[in-house]
Design a protein around this ligand. Structure first.
Ligand code: NDP
Length: 319
């Protein structure tokens, strides 16, 4: 049995849930496929489920825990009648309208859902090192976002892992707070653009550890040390640090849409005129279409934009 709706939203981070609040209040009776619990960001609630305190979301002067913020957003969407489903989309077909989406067997003859408009809010995932201690200490001294968490590391020793523009940008930002910032890179030269490299080299708070990989993040309830290996000599060592920022890239969750929607030059969903994708009636919001800002508040804002765009588009179609 296929369930039909005017609007289907895929993803339940700040973007998807804000789109849900707006479309539900517009009486569009949206269905939201919120994902399934897992250890990565493609779980219900998205990346904020993996953070601890959020101090920069307006409206919470004392801060709020990331998971609590998502529980509140979800409750707000449900209050207006959004139909939230804890399941995962396995396939979509955007070649004709209504659009079709499958949950479970992607080869099933009947799709699970059909919808006139689709809002994609599948988010992105920070790439992780995959070393012992990393998962356990995420949110406890280990972070993937300096803008979000730099403030917590005033006068402390922090490390940034990576050699691209993100790593260098995060390192420079962190010098506002930290006593020292060490960039640990697996090779002996940065991938980051020349100008960013120059800024980092000129910054006296920043030092570099070249040809080095982190092999373990060590600590009890918080990050205390890193275990390192020299990629050239094989020599091992440890380094004391209170903070670690993993900045080795992000991966937007676009696999479902491969070959159906255009991507931008960074591999994120390409949008134009607000939240419109390259298929009429399909809208995108949040980190799946944003490699620049990556904030909960900008994701929420773009979720609002996608909801309004979808609502107006449906109206114009007479649907
Ligand atoms: P990049 O893919 O450019 O860089 C990732 C870095 O992480 C590389 O130095 C890579 O090493 C390293 N790395 C990857 N995997 C591992 C691993 N398992 N262990 C250790 N190190 C690892 O990602 P960014 O997020 O930095 O940038 C993405 C895009 O966004 C780029 O095009 C960038 O230019 C752009 N950007 C632009 C900014 C700006 O203009 N202000 C700011 C931020 C990003 P290696 O070099 O050896 O491959």
């Amino acid at each position: 049995m296929t369930t039909s709706s005017k609007v289907l939203i895929v993803g339940s981070g700040p973007a998807g849930l804000t789109a849900a609040v707006y479309t539900a209040r517009a009486q569009l009776e949206p269905i939201i496929i919120e994902g399934e619990p897992s250890s990565t960001s493609d779980q219900p609630g998205g990346q904020l489920m993996l953070t601890t305190e959020v101090e920069n979301f307006p409206g919470f002067p004392d801060g709020i825990m990331g998971p609590e913020l998502m529980i509140q957003m979800r409750a707000q969407a449900a209050r207006f009648g959004a139909d939230l489903r804890t399941e995962k989309v396995s396939r979509v077909d955007l070649s004709s309208r209504p659009f079709r989406a499958w949950v479970g067997d992607p080869e099933a003859a009947e799709p699970t859902y059909s919808a006139e408009a689709l809002i994609i809010a599948t988010g992105a995932r920070a790439l992780m090192l995959g070393v012992p201690g990393e998962d356990r200490l995420l949110g406890h001294g280990l972070s993937t976002c300096a803008t979000c968490d730099g403030f917590f590391f005033r006068e402390q020793r922090v490390v940034v892992v990576g050699g691209g523009d993100t790593a260098v940008e995060e390192a420079i930002f962190l010098t506002r707070f930290a006593a020292s910032v060490t960039i640990i890179h697996r090779r002996d030269s940065l991938r980051a653009s020349k100008i960013m490299q120059e800024r980092a080299v000129e910054n006296e708070k920043i030092s570099f550890k070249w040809n080095t990989q982190v092999t373990e993040v060590i600590g009890g309830s918080k990050v205390e040390q890193l275990a390192l290996i020299d990629t050239v000599t094989g020599e091992t060592s440890t380094m004391d640090a209170e903070g670690v920022f993993v900045a080795i890239g992000h991966r937007p969750a676009t696999d479902l849409f491969a070959g159906q929607l255009n991507l931008d030059e960074n591999g994120y969903l390409a949008v134009h005129d607000g939240s419109r994708t390259t298929v009429d009636g399909v809208f995108a919001c949040g980190d799946v279409q944003d490699h620049v800002y990556r904030q909960a508040i900008t994701a929420a804002g773009s979720g609002c934009m996608a909801a309004i765009d979808a609502e107006r588009w449906l109206e114009a179609q007479g649907l």
